[in-house]
Each structure stands twice: as C-alpha cells, then as structure tokens.
Design a protein around this ligand. Structure first.
Ligand code: PAN
Ligand code: ZN
Length: 184
C-alpha cells in the first residue's frame, strides 16, 4: 500500500496556474481577424500584440472520454473601434459537452448563444460562477480597464468548433457606448 503523501502536480493560486502538465498558449490579435465589426480599426492596430493567453492543465490526453481539463484565461483590456477585446468563442466539437467558467480577476461579460442564435449574457467578476450547458457557444468580453482572468473546467473530449462562428459570429455584440458596455 502506498503511504507517501505527494505534492499536487498543479497549483492554482494568486491568479496563476502552474504545473508540469500546464501548457501556455498565446492568442495574438491578428488571430482574431474577422471577429470584430470595425475592420478598419482592426487593420490599424498592432496585430502582434497578445489579445489573451491561456494556461491549460492537461492531466489526460486530448480526446479522452471521462477526463477533465482545467484552464485559466488572461484576457487583456483593449478595444477595436467600440468593441472590447474578447475571446474568439466556440461551440464544443462534441456539442453536448458542458463547461464551467468562473471569474478570478477583473470584470467582463460572458456571451452565450444557443443553436437558434439567441444570445444572452452574464456579468463576470471575481467569484462569479457560470455553467455553460452543452450546445451553447461561449465567448468572454473584457469590459474593464485591467486584465480579466477566468477559470474554466471542461471535458477532455469536448474539442472546439470555431468554424461555426466564422461567418455570422454571435447574434449580439458588446459595445462601449456612452462610457459603458451595452449588449446590442
Ligand atoms: C476555454 C477557452 C479559452 C479561450 O478554455 O478555450 O478561454 O477561448 P477560445 O477557445 O474561444 O479562443 C474553453 O472554453 N474551453 O472549452
Ligand atoms: Zn469551451
């Protein structure tokens, strides 16, 4: 019988996720080409700047049924025209797979859209908890002046479907109007 007590392989504290199986990914603004409405404003920006970074703990191989992944997204503040920096957004490739998001630092809005293209939104703030059911596309918008960090936990076989949003995106956008975020 094993009697040794080991340290955890990953640590999530003070807005950082670290561990031997944690992978760091950077999404630069240029990779978000097409998601913002104001194409001219987008072209006038430095596409090499990071829009967000994601640390993901992969305890099992991608595609494993029954496993879970754990991520921390660092979404930078900024605007393209009157739209805030946001994640690309996706539906899961295995569409029925659900996910948790939760606010860690900063403030923002979680956009959710069903298959009939009904879009709704929830405020994100430190401690906010969001259940994203299966079949629901999800995207996060940083409406604050500081970095927005949010945690995520999702099935290791859910995968990503970004293509479904390429042409029409979400049916609503979050815009900075009269100095506040509006869902329109
Ligand atoms: C998250 C997202 C992460 C980045 O881990 O992948 O926040 O957003 P995009 O994938 O939309 O670029 C998640 O929802 N995983 O399923
Ligand atoms: Zn997801």
């Amino acid at each position: 019988m094993k009697t040794t007590i080991t340290n955890p392989t990953s640590i999530f504290i003070n807005g950082q996720l670290t561990g031997s199986k944690v992978i760091h990914q950077v999404k630069s603004l240029i990779e978000l080409n097409g998601i913002f409405e104001d194409q001219i404003a987008f072209q006038n920006m430095d596409g090499s700047q990071p829009a967000y970074e994601v640390d993901v703990w992969f305890p099992v191989q991608t595609g494993t049924e029954g496993g879970l992944f754990f991520g921390l997204t660092h979404l930078y503040p900024g605007r393209v025209g009157d739209e805030y920096f946001m994640t690309k957004g996706h539906l899961h490739a295995k569409e029925n797979r659900a996910e948790y998001y939760w606010g860690v630092e900063g403030e923002g809005i979680l956009l959710l859209m069903d298959k009939k293209r009904n879009t709704w939104a929830e405020y994100m703030f430190p401690g906010s908890l969001h259940y994203i059911p299966g079949f629901i596309a999800h995207r996060v918008v940083n409406t604050g002046s500081f970095i927005l960090k949010f945690g995520a936990c999702w099935p290791s076989d859910s995968g990503y479907n970004y293509d479904i949003l390429i042409n029409e995106g979400f049916s609503k956008r979050v815009k900075h109007i009269d100095n506040k975020p509006l869902l329109i």
